[in-house]
Design a protein around this ligand. Structure first.
Ligand code: CMP
Length: 146
């Protein structure tokens, strides 16, 4: 069942997603136009390590687990996003991501992703902040404590 029936409902709904905090109504309209909403059941493979990836996923509701190349697992939940790495550098998926619960997701294709970053700079900033946090965590997970 669709989560929204009109564009104004859709933007009201997007307001609740932390990645879009602080965006103007016009910027939210832009996101609404570029993102699709998808619902998946538990155990659905959303990204596969080593495969080509052409979408960014934003978690509106539910939980996913990321399994990295080294076998480390990272849980993601409401407001988190994944799939940005392959869109940014064009390399294959760096990890496998599966739904751990039924999920509601926003899906943004590659072309729409770059449009969004150009048109809505606060989203680009948030994605960079998250990427830098993930790099620090990954490094900390495999480095001896100082
Ligand atoms: P991508 O490489 O496109 O596809 C797999 C995704 O898993 C990746 O983008 C990130 O969004 C996510 N991911 C990879 N490694 C980590 C990590 N260490 N912590 C959190 N998310 C990760």
């Amino acid at each position: 069942m669709p989560l929204w029936r009109s564009r104004s409902n859709k933007t009201a709904f997007l307001r609740k997603v932390p990645l879009f905090d602080g965006l103007s109504s016009k910027q939210l309209e832009r996101v609404a136009r570029l993102a699709d909403q998808v619902e998946v059941s538990v155990g659905k493979r959303l990204a596969t390590i080593g495969e080509v990836g052409r979408e960014l996923f934003v978690i509106v509701d539910g939980e996913a687990v990321v399994t990295t190349r080294k076998g480390r697992t990272v849980k993601l939940g409401r407001g988190d996003f994944f799939g940005e790495m392959s869109l940014i550098d064009g390399a294959p998926r760096s990890a496998t991501v599966e739904s751990e619960t039924p999920m509601q997701l926003l899906v943004i294709g590659q072309r729409e992703f770059w449009q969004l970053l150009a048109d809505v700079p606060p989203i680009a900033r948030k994605i960079m902040t998250t990427l830098s946090g993930r790099l620090r965590d990954a490094d900390a997970a495999f480095s001896p404590s100082p």
